[in-house]
Design a protein around this ligand. Structure first.
Ligand SMILES: C[S@@+](CC[C@H](N)C(=O)[O-])C[C@H]1O[C@@H](n2cnc3c(N)ncnc32)[C@H](O)[C@@H]1O
Length: 265
């Protein structure tokens, strides 16, 4: 009998189910480390290719990877803490983790953190750590933030329910680093009634797109000609980029002065 087959037979008869699953996990992790190094050397700067290789839907069923590359390329070699909401795979604890692995390879010096409502700790590995909890559970989010301390990039790819997207942004954006970036995926749910959206009430602030249209005017709040008390978002958002189903919000001090006094007419 093939010696390898003999070892395999021996292991399957002598190890418990738990021990066998731990062994399988160890093998998978070793393979993932090798995969990470190969992908990093060959395609480390090419996010669309990494997205395809790791199998995340950020390229293929969506076309987000090129936009991410535009915004993230200048940050790639920095030591960042990146938090993604939504690890993937839903109830299946072994499924998902594709985008976390993609970020790990693309940002070779950064820590990648993932949040999911389901248990996903099987995807923990060097520079990847997962947390189980809901994106709208404030106590849970505070525990995560206390654990990771600083967060430089947040990506919301969780439930995509309008109420959740807005609440999560309200809870997490104030904790994002100065100069941090907050990305929201799958904003198509803003138009879907089943997710709490609307395709007729386009300025309704309870929908994702309706909510994020307001801070666009907030960028220019110093130009308003009436008494206005700027919100936290007015004062701390310096740019917003809208793509098909994807938003980037750039954090920073929005404190440029108006040039109204130079405008003669
Ligand atoms: C689209 S998948 C994420 C895919 C992954 N980010 C990728 O790009 O490969 C969405 C994930 O969000 C999780 N999710 C759903 N509701 C959530 C909630 N309230 N809080 C946290 N995660 C949630 C689901 O369990 C699912 O695994």
């Amino acid at each position: 009998m093939d010696p390898l087959l003999r070892v395999q037979n021996y292991l399957s008869s002598s190890l418990s189910v738990q021990q066998r699953s731990r062994l399988r996990r160890l093998q998978a992790l070793r393979f993932r480390t090798l995969q990470h190094w190969v992908f990093r050397v060959l395609f480390g700067r090419n996010l669309p290719t990494l997205a395809r290789l790791y199998g995340t839907d950020k390229w293929g069923s969506h076309w987000y990877a090129t936009h991410y590359q535009t915004h993230f390329a200048p940050l790639r070699l920095r030591r960042l803490n990146i938090l993604e909401i939504g690890i993937g795979g839903y109830e299946d604890p072994e499924a998902g983790g594709e985008s976390l692995r993609m970020w790990r390879t693309y940002f070779p010096r950064s820590m990648i953190f993932g949040i999911d409502i389901y248990e996903k700790s099987i995807h923990d590995e060097t520079r990847i750590k997962t947390f189980r909890g809901s994106q709208i559970d404030e106590d849970f989010l505070i525990r995560v933030l206390n654990d990771i301390r600083r967060v430089d990039i947040i990506i919301d790819d969780g439930s995509h329910l309008n109420e959740h997207v807005i609440r999560t942004f309200q809870l997490l954006f104030p904790h994002l680093s100065t100069d941090g970036i907050y990305a929201i995926e799958d904003t198509q749910s803003s138009y879907w009634a089943s997710a709490g959206g609307s395709s007729t009430a386009l300025n309704e602030e309870a929908t994702t797109m309706g909510f994020f249209k307001k801070p666009i005017d907030g960028l220019n709040h110093v130009e308003f000609e009436h008494d206005y008390k700027p919100t936290y978002f007015d004062k701390n958002i310096t740019a917003m980029h809208f793509y098909h189903n994807l938003i980037f919000v750039q954090k920073g001090a929005n404190n440029e002065e108006s040039n109204r006094h130079l405008f003669k007419r």
